[in-house]
Design a protein around this ligand. Structure first.
Ligand SMILES: C[S@@+](CC[C@H](N)C(=O)[O-])C[C@H]1O[C@@H](n2cnc3c(N)ncnc32)[C@H](O)[C@@H]1O
Length: 233
């Protein structure tokens, strides 16, 4: 017997909540460009040998937003094959325009969820994650996915802000802008407040997978983790 709409669970009829990053992408792109710290040098140092990545090195940027790091790294290291992954299609389009304006042929973007990446296990050499854990529902699930897709020699660089005020302000402004520009008020999947992790919570999160090597450290504004996958035993 064919199922009818009446048989469908009510949950599937609910519209999915929108994304703030979709709604006010322009504002986040401005913050990324002019407000947030640029960690390109630290990323290169943590992920690549001193003479640069080997030709064909596969790099993912998870939650790439407007493609800041994906483009910068692809420009600096033409031997990379970079993919930026994000849930916001508007930000992906911005990232694609950014890459096109720089004539980058080694940089592409993909609409996907970092909780369930469309990449095969052990297929990726390097991953960059900047300012993503602040706003996702299942942080451990994402660390699990990072571990799954990395090759045994693969490394991940994570940078997460530590400053509550400086981090929460941009998100609060995004909520305000979204409310001022939508009528009736929309529903958004992001939290009202960014979840700035304490150092112990961040360390616990990053140690939730059996890395062969892990370095967790922090400075005034950010906490960082650099992890190498190893064989996972
Ligand atoms: C705070 S921004 C960080 C952007 C960029 N990494 C940076 O350093 O500025 C978070 C980004 O993650 C994206 N995002 C949120 N949840 C996601 C998910 N589950 N999978 C992939 N991207 C996600 C948002 O659309 C947004 O572009």
């Amino acid at each position: 017997m064919q199922s009818t709409n009446a048989d469908m669970p009510a949950r599937s009829l609910q519209p999915k909540p929108d994304s703030l990053f979709e709604r006010v992408a322009w504002f986040y792109a401005l913050c990324r460009e002019y407000l947030f710290r640029d960690h390109t040098e630290e990323i290169s140092h943590a992920l690549f040998p001193p003479n640069g990545p080997r030709p064909g090195t596969r790099l993912l940027e998870l939650g790439c937003g407007p493609g800041f790091y994906a483009c910068r790294l692809s420009e600096e290291f033409p031997e990379l094959r970079t993919t930026g992954v994000d849930l916001s299609e508007t930000l992906i389009r911005r990232a694609e325009s950014r890459a096109a304006a720089r004539h980058l042929s080694n940089c592409s973007f993909q609409h996907a969820d970092a909780h369930s990446l469309p990449h095969p296990s052990q297929s990726i050499d390097a991953i960059v994650v900047s300012r993503l854990f602040l706003i996702v529902p299942d942080k451990e699930g994402i660390v699990r996915e990072i571990f799954r897709v990395l090759k045994p020699t693969g490394r991940v660089f994570v940078a997460e802000p530590t400053s509550g005020f400086r981090t929460r302000l941009p998100l609060a402004v995004m909520w305000l802008l979204a409310r001022l520009t939508t009528s009736p008020a929309g529903k958004y999947r992001e939290p009202q407040q960014a979840d700035v992790m304490s150092h112990p919570d961040f360390t616990r999160l990053m140690k939730s997978q059996p890395w062969s090597a892990i370095d967790v450290h922090y400075d005034g504004w950010y906490q960082y983790a650099v992890c190498e996958r190893g064989d996972g035993v």
